[in-house]
Design a protein around this ligand. Structure first.
Ligand SMILES: Cc1ncc(COP(=O)(O)O)c(C=O)c1O
Length: 484
């Protein structure tokens, strides 16, 4: 994506004003006082609403919807061209030459992309993959299936240095086959020094896979990464698309991840001749709608430009962190305020994400009350990053063991965790303020308007009320954040 001046950003844009009116802006949600409030969506790190361009492009495309790579009709040719244009846009977005040596495999999401890669790399169970304790489960679990993992530990503030990565790469034992590392943490928003990390790994002859799920909507993707994985639904294109990018040569030999139609040149009853990548890696009918939406979202980001995005998100992040830490009882997880200070050269940089706990209130209760009483959406729990959250909370092995046995018994009530607020393109400073004032009210002892009950199976709290949207019957639609 070119970092060009933004045609879409007005000249006197205030950094805390939204950079886009995402689909659903202004939508109202039911609250316990019987009103419907405009939803404040501070769960952008989970999934973003659609960028209007993505929705419009899909609307335009729908009359042309047809099979991809499987039809002679005009519509099918159009759909195929749109799909392949999206693939080229994905490569350009990652700073790769669409006609170069890298290939983009379009898939469902980051999880699928990393599992795909883990399956496709020629790893032996004795091989070592270096990864970090900061990772999302999507960048931990797939590697454990195919290789041994060696971990980069983090500090109590949830960060590590390039030297820490080098120490893990150089540790006794076999030379690592891969470094699998996140481009940005989904818990603390921390941006590891990814370019320097990649350089250090390359100096040691180790290839690097970057989990770019959180990085991709916020910052340019690292040019030197050997492999990249990201999701459209975190990138303003919530239509089930994602991408794995890597050297074409890696996918030219061996068995593809999925076997089936579209991936072959010839099939006999006892023989298969796989076709060339990327088709070799995309058996089955692809998600052309997702690809079209992703393409449009990528273009929209390109028009806004990384500079405007980073300015907007730095302003929101600073406001979020400053507001939260000023509240008595709030404990911010991850880098401290002074470590995050953007004015210092070498400061730890973070996305507009804050994970925090509130003294005396269960994280699930904070999230439930923000939603039911204020119309504010956040996430709670361990954010699919259990090892990281355990470290950030400073839990002892004894504490982990005690809730572990409860979980094994089906009881999630005491699973530790935090609350996470996360912002993006469509977030305003006013929305951050709404969160801060709601958390301050909760911290100040605002009474519960109705009792809340905790569900043992999920650990979620639900208000006890017959109000529409909050009745017992809707509990199964609850957060269930504990499953992450
Ligand atoms: C850092 C990180 N990696 C991977 C994932 C998995 O993404 P997906 O659920 O789109 O597969 C997420 C999702 O939250 C994430 O934040």
């Amino acid at each position: 994506m070119e970092d060009t001046p933004d045609a879409a950003t007005p000249p006197h844009h205030h950094p805390e004003d939204p950079l886009a009116q995402l689909i659903g802006t202004g939508q109202r949600v039911p609250c316990l006082d019987g009103t419907h409030r405009v939803a404040v969506e501070l769960d952008q790190a989970a999934s973003t609403q659609a960028h209007p361009d993505a929705a419009a492009r899909i609307q335009e495309f729908l009359p042309w919807y047809s099979s991809v790579h499987r039809g002679a009709g005009y519509r099918s040719r159009h759909a195929t061209a749109s799909y392949e244009e999206a693939r080229r846009a994905v490569l350009s977005f990652a700073g790769r030459d669409p006609d170069g040596s890298d290939v983009a495999i379009l898939c469902r999401n980051t999880t699928e992309a990393i599992n795909h890669l883990a399956y496709r790399l020629p790893l032996d169970p004795t091989d070592v993959v270096v990864t970090t304790v900061v990772e999302h489960h999507a960048n931990l679990l797939p590697w454990g299936r195919v290789a041994r993992r060696r971990y980069v530990e983090c500090s109590p503030e949830g960060t590590f240095t390039v030297d820490d990565v080098c120490a893990a790469l150089d540790a006794d034992g076999p030379r690592p086959a891969l470094l699998a590392v996140t481009g940005a943490s989904n818990v603390t928003g921390w941006l590891p020094p990814i370019d320097a990390i990649i350089e250090a790994a390359h100096e040691r002859g180790v290839r690097v896979a970057v989990d770019a799920a959180q990085l991709a909507p916020h910052r340019p993707l690292p040019l030197a990464a050997d492999f990249l994985a990201f999701s459209g639904h975190k990138l303003y294109a919530p239509f089930g698309s994602g991408a794995l990018i890597g050297p074409r040569a890696v996918f030219e030999t061996g068995e593809p991840f999925l076997a089936g139609g579209g991936a072959v040149d010839l099939v006999g009853l006892d023989e298969v001749i796989w076709t060339a990548p990327p088709d070799r890696e995309e058996a089955g009918s692809p998600n052309v709608i997702g690809a079209v939406g992703l393409h449009a979202a990528i273009e929209a980001l390109g028009r806004i430009g990384w500079e405007a995005i980073a300015d907007h998100e730095r302003a929101l992040g600073a406001r979020l962190i400053a507001g939260l830490v000023a509240i008595e009882g709030v404990r911010l997880l991850g880098p401290t305020v002074s470590q995050r200070s953007t004015s210092d050269e070498g400061a730890i940089e973070t996305l507009p994400v804050a994970a925090f706990t509130l003294a005396g209130m269960h994280h699930a209760m904070v999230a439930a009350r923000l939603s039911a009483e204020y119309g504010i959406a956040v996430r709670h729990g361990c954010f699919c990053a259990h090892p990281y959250v355990v470290r950030l909370l400073g839990l002892s092995e004894l504490e982990v063991d005690s809730y572990r046995s409860e979980v094994l018994g089906g009881d999630h009530r005491n699973v530790p965790g935090a609350v996470r607020a996360s912002a993006g393109l469509g977030t305003s400073g006013a929305e951050i303020d709404a969160l801060i004032s709601a958390v301050a009210e909760l911290a100040g002892g605002a009474p519960e308007p109705v009792p809340y009950q905790q569900d043992a199976a999920t650990g979620d709290y639900f208000p006890v009320t017959d109000l529409p949207g909050w009745k017992d019957a809707s509990h199964e639609l609850g957060a269930a954040c504990s499953r992450g």
